[in-house]
Design a protein around this ligand. Structure first.
Ligand code: SAH
Length: 363
């Protein structure tokens, strides 16, 4: 028998190797796991480990670039609420609020118009919940939409949330379509075609695709979007989805991993990098149709922010803080320029019955 003290530091599993060891054990004992399973576990581990956001972290999001982003979101919501007749009871609901920066900027901007909703934050990471609590102490935290009150309109925001949800991939192998699964070859994890036929999961028109073709879907995002549509239909209100993604169906894997602001291999060091996949905005539109709510957009983040007046806001801020003028213009450029976040990032809204046309979507 060895006591824990007999184990030298080198033999001890470093804390961060935990997930790798679990995956290896699981795959060894029960066989390959799906890419979706891998991504879900890796991200749950990742978001609980540390604060991933900011210059010292792994990636930066729009609300962390500038307060102007959250302010525009807050103005959009407050405008919706005003034109819907200022319902006394209403709920701000944010999915995956990160550090809470967006919620805090949006609520501050909305308050100037009398918009004072109850605040509900849907967050899976207990570590990030703690950070959110420092900025928005009055909020209530939830694991999902289910426990959010069913009375009063919902004003829902999800920025860079859907991209973190697990994607399922099927790949065209020689023998037909297979789910893409993760194996370990003794040295590393890798994604390969699984054994189980998946031909029935693929649209007929795609059946005879070239070997190696990958089709990606995000059942978790679709399920959540449908749940949101159903709740908006019943309670009214609006939802804003902001993310990077595509507007027409496409093939290929969009799974990527980012660590310390660099792209890395998604199958190396699970749980230590942020795994994301592009959001399928065409699918979000389909779900609005199925859920019988109006869908606005998608429009480019740059066009949407400009239509809401972000350039004017930047000019005002620059006048009151001249020393920050250059930094403000740089932030504005990052948020709206087509070669930065302006086009790849898109904004799509759902609108419940009786709610006004949202600003920034044309028409
Ligand atoms: N919206 C923030 C953070 C984006 S990072 C911003 O723009 O800065 C993704 C966020 O979603 C994190 O807060 C993460 O903990 C949360 N998240 C990821 N998957 C989740 C899930 N399945 N359930 C709840 N929250 C999740």
């Amino acid at each position: 028998m060895t006591s824990p003290d007999d184990i030298g530091p080198d033999e001890r599993e470093p804390e961060d190797a935990g997930l790798e060891a679990i995956f290896r054990r699981l795959i060894g004992a029960t066989g390959p796991i799906s890419v979706a399973h891998y991504m879900a576990e890796a991200n749950a581990h990742y978001y609980n480990r540390a604060d991933p956001l900011g210059a010292a972290g792994d990636f930066i999001t729009a609300p962390e670039i500038s307060q102007m982003f959250g302010e525009m979101v807050g103005l959009w919501l407050a405008d919706q609420w005003q034109r819907a007749g200022k319902p006394a009871l209403c709920h701000y609901v944010e999915f995956g609020p990160g550090r809470g920066t967006l919620a805090s900027d949006a609520l501050r901007a909305g308050e100037q118009f009398g918009f004072r909703p109850k605040v509900h934050l849907i967050e899976g990471s207990s570590r990030l919940r703690q950070m959110q609590k420092m900025l928005i102490p009055q909020a209530t935290w939830h694991d999902g939409l289910d426990s959010v009150p069913r009375e009063g309109p919902l004003l829902i925001v999800a920025n860079e949330f859907l991209d973190a949800l697990p994607v399922r991939q099927v790949v065209r192998a020689e023998q037909g379509w297979r789910e893409r699964v993760v194996v370990h070859n003794g040295e590393r994890f890798m994604a390969v075609a699984g054994a189980r036929p998946m031909d029935t999961a693929v649209p007929a028109a795609m059946a005879e695709s070239e070997v190696g073709t990958i089709l990606e879907s995000c059942p978790a995002a679709s399920g959540m979007a449908f749940e949101i549509a159903t709740r908006l239909k019943a309670q009214s209100g609006a939802a804003l989805f902001i993310d990077y993604g595509y507007s027409a169906p496409q093939t290929g894997s969009t799974l990527q991993a980012v660590r310390a602001h660099q792209k890395v291999d998604p199958f190396v060091d699970p749980g230590l990098a942020d795994l994301t996949a592009l959001v399928d905005f065409a699918q979000l539109k389909q779900i609005a149709l199925a859920g019988d709510v109006d869908c606005l957009g998608p429009v480019g983040q740059g066009d949407w922010l400009m239509a809401l007046g972000i350039a004017e806001r930047a000019a005002t801020l620059a006048r009151t803080q001249p020393s920050q003028a250059q930094a403000l213009m740089t932030a504005l450029d990052r948020l709206v320029s087509p070669d930065q976040m302006g086009t790849l990032f898109k904004v799509l809204a759902y609108r419940g019955p009786g709610w006004p046309q949202g600003e920034g979507f044309g028409g």
